[in-house]
Ligand binder design. Structure first.
Ligand code: ZN
Length: 316
């Protein structure tokens, strides 16, 4: 996630610099006369950057938020002691909502990314998500081809769409015969996540399995070209860390000695960190149980909401 953070950080920095230029002369004189003001403002900027970084990576910033409150009080104190009004040296930010920090604080809550950052992130997240392989799959496209004769699923689809736009969707298994809109819905959700600046990743399960295999090989080998290693490393990281992961088409992948351990590893890591996983499969629950049994099926059984996409009367 580092490169995204760097891009975003430098854009925000440019915005802050732009705002500062507007008031530069006046401010410069004040700051030259009062170096302790420049000092505390530098600290405020540094802590704000750390908080933004944590928000982008889904980490907590509780201690940093407390420190920020302290620093802002220090700043007020310096201003007061020198008879400066904070209005006089107030900077006009590019984004009024977040003051170009990139996040919005709410009392007693973790900071959330500001809409200005989400807008900056959207194209990056979309290109990383893998949804571009499915250009026709989005909430904006007509879903009638799948759900016009399946009113039950039509309703569910609307609810999932609303949920995606407002908050996060739960872990879910989309099951049922092929051609019923499972992948369509899952990709539409992933695309919407990306549009909102959240990370998502769509991958066919067979490919995910190959990726894990390749990763294992890289770890075990003595020499690997650095570029390739980083690429595999990054993709594996995305499997566990993306806000939303779609594992498409469970059940058609070739069975290997590591299949279940790999799947379990991905799912468990994601459950622990509160990330959403959607699995699509043409198998029904009974067949999945037969095929996987054991701990992997148990995880799905306990932690995933099931959605049967087959139209009514059809074999579930
Ligand atoms: Zn903003």
């Amino acid at each position: 996630m580092d490169s995204v953070y760097e891009d975003v950080r430098s854009i925000l920095e440019n915005r802050r610099i732009r705002s500062e230029i507007l008031l530069q002369q006046q401010n410069e004189q004040i700051r030259i006369a009062h170096p302790e003001l420049a000092d505390v403002e530098k600290k405020i900027a540094d802590v704000s950057e750390e908080i933004l970084k944590n928000s982008l990576e889904g980490q907590s910033s509780e201690d940093l938020q407390k420190e920020l409150v302290r620093l802002k009080m220090d700043r007020e104190k310096v201003l007061f002691e020198h008879g400066l009004s904070s209005d006089k040296i107030k900077i006009q930010p590019y984004c009024e909502k977040c003051g170009d920090t990139g996040y919005i604080e709410e009392e007693g809550k973790e900071p959330v990314l500001c809409d200005c950052i989400r807008a900056l992130l959207a194209p990056v997240m979309t290109s990383r998500s893998g949804v571009e392989k499915y250009p026709e799959y989005s909430f904006e496209k007509d879903s009638d081809q799948f759900f016009s004769e399946n009113p039950r699923m039509q309703e569910t689809y609307k609810k999932l769409r609303l949920l995606t736009e407002k908050e996060k969707v739960p872990n879910a298994v989309f099951y049922g015969r092929s051609g019923q809109g499972k992948t369509f819905t899952a990709v539409a959700i992933a695309r919407q996540y990306a549009k909102q600046g959240r990370s998502s990743f769509v991958i066919r399960l067979a490919e995910a399995q190959e990726l894990m295999m390749e990763h294992r090989k890289l770890i075990q080998s003595f020499y690997t070209p650095a570029g390739k290693e980083r690429d595999v490393e990054k993709r594996v990281e995305y499997l566990t860390q993306a806000d939303l992961l779609v594992l498409d088409d469970l059940g058609v992948e070739p069975r290997t000695a590591n299949t279940e351990a790999d799947l379990l590893n991905i799912i468990d890591t994601r459950i622990l960190s509160g990330k959403t996983t959607i699995i699509t499969t043409n198998f029904d629950m009974e067949s999945l149980k037969e095929r996987y049994g054991g701990r992997f099926f148990d995880r799905i059984d306990r932690n995933f909401v099931r959605f049967n996409f087959s139209s009514e009367g059809a074999r579930a």
